[in-house]
Design a protein around this ligand. Structure first.
Ligand SMILES: [Zn+2]
Ligand SMILES: [Zn+2]
Length: 302
């Protein structure tokens, strides 16, 4: 069915229901594994190993259209079919995974002990075992754990989490491509009960209008991608592309966030690198409004 804007709709429950029979998922995987993601009818039936032609034909017809296309004699995997496979390969639908904890080359902002990466219940966490505190946390799919050593999982967790946050801060949902709003909010607000950054005077609140994605990244994340900040860091020996989020004091240390007003929200984020400091002001939408170099900092972490 197509509406006035030419967008066709199917009830989501109906779309999910289409995969109630495993043969339909096997059809998608057979096309995915084929050259050009395309197979003629007889080869497709052969690949999924279903000898009952009536049964095979019925289940193929149920996924043909939205998930499987028809080009000449070939059945092809359409973009929505790829996305079904992606959801399965991410592992979140059917797998749980474990990762050994990883000692990280970064210090706890409270006690100075090494931070540790752990993974449990689909969440990557970076925290201090001595303080029993968490400084960063974000979901990570079990599909990202196979073929990686624990330190490589920690590195992948950092890259992926920061890209997800960067998408969201750019207004695009990293999960569904919907519209994401960003605002500053109190870290101790009731909506953030037991959130890892609830000791921060402010956090970023990002919320997708189209799906269940929402998150409260540390405010320091908003400044790292700004070109002037990235340039300042690079000039001070810190490459923001390869330095993990947990190594930035402006991300893990609440003392680096100063709230200057709440109506509207304005905050100053202070970075340190190479013994110097940079103060970055953000407006209520977490956009950088000004930068100021500060005198040398004797306890700079970076
Ligand atoms: Zn600690
Ligand atoms: Zn979304």
């Amino acid at each position: 069915m197509a509406d006035d804007e030419g967008v066709s709709h199917r009830a989501p429950e109906e779309a999910f229901g289409l995969f109630s029979h495993e043969l339909r998922v096997e059809i998608l995987f057979a096309l995915w594994a084929a050259d050009g993601h395309a197979l003629p009818y007889a080869q497709l039936q052969d690949r999924v190993g279903e000898r009952d032609s009536g049964k095979f034909n019925y289940h193929l017809s149920q996924v043909t259209g939205q998930f499987v296309g028809k080009e000449g004699d070939d059945y092809t995997l359409r973009y929505p079919g790829h996305r079904v496979i992606d959801a399965i390969r991410s592992g979140v639908l059917h797998r749980e995974a474990e990762v050994d904890s990883v000692s990280l080359d970064a210090a706890c902002p409270d006690c100075g002990a090494s931070l540790t990466f752990t993974y449990e219940d689909y969440l990557g966490r970076v925290g201090c075992l001595d303080c029993a505190s968490i400084v960063l946390s974000f979901p990570f799919d079990p599909g990202g754990i196979q073929d990686r050593s624990p330190p490589a999982v920690a590195a992948a967790f950092d890259r992926r989490t920061r890209l997800f946050w960067r998408f969201a801060l750019a207004g695009v949902c990293p999960v569904c491509a919907g519209v994401v709003e960003t605002r500053l909010a109190s870290g101790a607000g009731s909506e953030l009960d037991s959130h890892y950054a609830d000791d921060h005077p402010a956090v970023l609140a990002v919320d997708c209008a189209g799906c269940s994605f929402y998150n409260y990244p540390p405010v320091g994340i908003a400044v790292l991608a700004h070109p002037a900040v990235a340039g300042w860091l690079y000039d001070h020996g810190v490459d923001p592309r390869t330095t993990p989020a947990w190594a930035f004091d402006c991300v893990v240390d609440p003392d680096r966030i100063t709230v200057r007003g709440t109506d509207p929200w304005t905050v100053t984020v202070t970075l340190s690198a190479g013994g110097e400091r940079l103060a970055v002001d953000l407006d209520e939408r977490a956009a950088v409004t000004s930068l100021e170099r500060r005198p040398a900092d004797t306890d700079a972490r970076l």
